[in-house]
Design a protein around this ligand. Structure first.
Ligand code: HAM
Length: 419
């Protein structure tokens, strides 16, 4: 038997309904913030991620699915969605004034060769948000507001907390990095990765799965922030607390991707059940990335959420997002001669937007009623000889437990009246 690759999933039946309900709930929220969808390819040039996410990041150095196409060009399955959005913005000149500010969202699979475990997959879905063209603390606050709107809509606002930090920007960044490097060089027992990171990208060491815990006494970023960055961070913190999001400053938060500048954040699930995979939404500002990829100087901020982790939380807390996927009408056809006319009736109902179903498997009456129940059918019609002869139907309303006899030709009219 051929099996699915490790770290991937087949999503069907109830789970696929949950994915749809979750995506719809979140997209509805994002639309209230006036965001539009962007779709980018699932594979991109490897160089895009090397130059944005960073050569020394785990994502690029260890986790990408890489391949050569038939002409020997290096491609990867996208490990994340921010760099592709920036690539698309530059390639399609979406930085022209008429498009700004760009407020985008995307939904789709990402790929990382990680060790699979609860909440960690090799193919996983992200819903991402990227706002480009504005550098304002008020937009930072809007992003925090968006996080809150999302967790409210998902009914998990009391189960999460937000970790924030502010990465040193501008000239102060180099000064901080030098201080950090000096501190890291005092250790002589660092892992092989960190030994390279000290030279190439010292900030990455703070994110090291092996060594990070040793760095409690490292130089604190907050001490290197400019007064205006400090004020901005304070404003974000108090706004988040005012909204009611449980928020902490985490000085050692650096994020696993290199493109961030200024505000960064991770929204975490408080329960221990997701273990080290408790970060469900993460992101921050990346004001230099567009320019680093040869576009114009264009500030930006964004975040992405892990759909599998959100689904896990909904399941664990038995949260039903309440999207109505019930059938409006289930037909049980006893006399096969009634099949054709039933299909006619169903076509008309469907053209009017009703969700209807009938059984093609010749199930017994009893198992057909079970099927109707499984599909949460609001109404059931049984079609036998009598109904064909009299051209009448009995509509059994499963919610009110009532029955109504109507002329066959009046079915759509009857259903519309009941809406
Ligand atoms: P990230 O932190 O690498 O950020 O991923 C965002 C979220 O995707 C994580 O918090 C997690 O919920 C989910 N995720 C990541 N890896 C996996 C995995 N292997 N299995 C399941 N879920 C996973 C980014 O990707 C940035 N592009 C976010 C961003 C957007 N920053 C600015 N704009």
């Amino acid at each position: 038997m051929i099996q699915k690759p490790r770290g991937t999933q087949d999503i069907y039946e109830q789970k696929s309904k949950q994915y749809n309900a979750l995506e719809k709930t979140i997209i509805d929220v994002l639309k209230t913030y006036n965001l539009n969808e962007i779709r980018t390819p699932i594979f991109e040039a490897k160089e895009l991620f090397v130059r944005s996410v960073g050569e020394t990041s785990d994502v690029v150095s260890k986790e990408m699915y890489e391949f050569l196409d038939k002409k020997g060009r290096e491609f990867v399955l996208r490990p994340e969605g921010t760099a592709p959005v920036v690539r698309s913005l530059i390639e399609n000149k979406l930085y022209a004034q008429e498009y700004l500010p760009l407020k985008l969202y995307y939904v789709g699979p990402m790929f990382r060769y990680e060790r699979p475990q609860t909440g960690r997959y090799r193919q996983f879905e992200q819903i991402g948000v990227e706002l480009l063209g504005v550098d304002s603390v008020y937009q930072d606050l809007e992003i925090i507001g968006m996080l809150d709107s999302i967790v409210q809509a998902l009914k998990i606002s009391t189960q999460v907390e937000l970790d924030i930090n502010y990465l040193v920007t501008g000239e102060q960044r180099q000064i901080y990095i030098q201080a950090l490097k000096k501190y890291l060089l005092t250790f002589n027992d660092l892992c092989a990765d960190c030994t390279i990171r000290i030279q190439k990208n010292p900030l990455r060491a703070l994110d090291c799965k092996i060594d990070a815990k040793k760095f409690n006494a490292c130089p604190q970023m907050a001490d290197y922030l400019t007064p205006s960055d400090q004020a901005r961070m304070q404003m974000i913190l108090s706004a988040a607390q005012k909204i009611g999001l449980k928020t902490n400053i985490n000085q050692n938060l650096v994020r696993g991707l290199d493109y961030y500048t200024g505000l960064i954040f991770e929204l975490k699930y408080l329960s221990k059940s997701l273990g080290s995979q408790s970060t469900i939404i993460a992101g921050g500002r990346y004001n230099d990335l567009v320019e680093d990829l040869n576009g114009p100087a264009l500030p930006a901020i964004g975040f992405a959420m892990g759909v599998e982790r959100l689904i896990w939380i909904l399941e664990e807390n038995q949260i039903n997002l309440g999207h109505d996927d019930a059938l409006d009408l289930y037909f049980i056809v006893i006399n096969q001669q009634a099949m054709e006319s039933t299909l006619e009736l169903m076509r008309d109902l469907r053209n009017h937007g009703f969700k209807v179903e009938l059984d093609f498997l010749n199930r017994s009456l009893k198992s057909n009623f079970k099927q109707a129940e499984k599909n949460h059918a609001k109404n059931i019609i049984v079609l036998g000889d009598k109904e064909i002869q009299t051209q009448t139907l009995i509509v059994k309303n499963q919610i009110t437990n009532t029955q109504t006899e109507i002329a066959m030709t009046d079915l759509t009219k009857f259903m519309k009246a009941g809406q």
